[in-house]
Design a protein around this ligand. Sequence first.
Ligand code: SF4
Length: 710
Amino acid sequence: APLPVPQATSTTCPYCGVGCGVKATPDGQGGAIIEGDAAHPANLGRLCSKGAALGETIGLETRLLHPMVRAGDGDLQRTDWGTALDRVAEGFRRVLEAHGPQAVAFYLSGQLLTEDYYVANKLAKGFLGTANVDTNSRLCMASSVAGHKRAFGSDTVPGAYEDLDQADLIILTGANSAWCHPVLFRRMAAARQARGTKLVVIDPRRTATAEEADLFLPLAQGTDAALFSGLLVHLADAGALDAAFIDRHTEGFGETLAAARAETPDAAATARITGLPEADVARFFALFRNTERTVTCYSQGVNQSVRGTDKVNAILNCHLATGRIGRAGMGPFSLTGQPNAMGGREVGGLANQLAAHMGFAPEDVDRVRRFWDAPHMAGAEGLKAVDMFAAMARGEIRALWVMGTNPAVSLPRADAARRAMAGLDLFVLSENVVGTDTAGCAPHVLLPAVAWGEKDGTVTNSERRISRQRPFLMPAGEAKPDWWALAQVAERLGHGWAFAFETPAAIFREHAALSAFENDGTRDFDLSGLKDVSDAAYAVLAPVQWPVRATPEGPDGTARLFAEGGFFTPSRRARFLAPAPVAPAPVAPGFPLLLNTGRVRDQWHTMTRTGLSPRLGSHIPAPVLMIHPEDAAAAGITGGGLAEIVSAHGRVVLEVRLDAGQKPGTLFAPIHWSGATASDARVGALVHPLTDPVSGQPDLKATPVRLAPV
Ligand code: SF4
């Protein structure tokens, strides 16, 4: 009889925050045939190089297949799940008894599914009594979260990807979307072809994105807020404000405008601060003033800064002042880096949040406590990522569970993070591959997690769209879902009654029910239309943008918010916020250059998956340093040679690439390579630990360094 034809499974790409729909069909040889899902609203069938290569990256060669535990100071030994989970539960029990809940921490990942994230937050914040739950999303979009909350009273992205199709002006600031959000960038290119949409790119580097711009503004590093404050003043002086919107739906405009006027009274002052030609500043101002359908997208160049939250608010100010928010083809748009940074935010996956976008106000704490019937509810914010690892280094945090991330490579002062993890009383690592740098930091327990293709749950992309990740492969070896391992540990600690989840659908229902619990419309995150979703309906759940409310016709999503006000502040008005004056560039004696870090087109994070594809590796095959030719000449370095880069925190050796698009005095190095993939190439080891005072997001864009030929 003929073999049955394998069916394609509709799932979601596990890489960037665009959240593209994927059709995956197992090829019978351990790989899969991958196609873009034409029915998915995020990508309409398109995929970038990383998504298209997914089928090449799902083999078992590097997978962690079995639980492992360490006996004393010895090596990790294979064991069974029961023994490993007993060890985890016993370790947490001992630390809790000896040192209390503040000595326990979880460090999670924007790669986790929402269901995994939800269970981790419930266990830590409701049952262990610690809010020390942070994630690599702190490195990605915490400043956007803080900016949204300051302005809107909630962490709400107002618009939808459709707005990019309908805009007449797209501004990309601190976002190399051609490489980092490629499918969205293609969507922008299609709009430019179809309707002549203009593209402005604001970035200190001449990136691949900048090459496509109608207007490129290579501003001085860290001056974005001044550029947008200058724009606000210009809009006011040119009579281009939406006075009715400001009057009806906002507060704080007068003070904010006055503060902006004090720093950037006109285009000339803005040009001086930003280092841009005055004519280009004036052209940017005029483009914004004259184009109602304007979308301003921003990403890590804005967020990863000591003034990240202020930069976000400076952008939001301009959209609020013109009423260009929540309407077709217009609005501010945070482009999230990771596939489920948004889903993590929704379940409280940050140390300063509780589930369902609640915070640590006493009424929120009490509401979540009652919903969970939680015996040990955390009552105050926990430690954010950089502070969490510093507390670990001081011996204040004694037990840590890391899930799906590689902080030994990615955190600022990565060498210090390594040492901190290696000194813990209990270090648990859930991973799906072997040999990561973090796995080299002496974990006591290694737990094998299911990977993309095996996972079952949901993720949320940058436009608030919840999509399913569906399995099409059997779990590798003994790999299990992270939510299952967390629930097993909860049971061993006496909380099994609250973690008796049998399926991801059951977790999703509880998550949705919490979003609706005592929600009278004053909280933005609302999945009331999905709180009773059946297992069968969850299995076929179509991509939908929250809030999702119940209607007689069924659950109904929401494309846009705030066109008619309705913000989530106590007054229901949006707040204008005056950014602090531009911070001086960091200076460290003996370190005259500033190092900027970021992504390359064809790699993802620390390359545990994309590194398996030779096709992806051919784009940039080795860790590199981009440097302006004048800086290279001054340091006696030639293109193609090796250079040693040294900061106050570490050193790496990288291959030099001369790049005239690099601003003199600044360097750029990709974040992807690690000790596991190339010796001495962990640029995180160089990065300083400065953070934004509001969001706690690290400044990964401006570390003082020096360099020398090798
Ligand atoms: Fe995946 Fe992002 Fe590429 Fe889409 S744009 S295929 S989500 S990496």
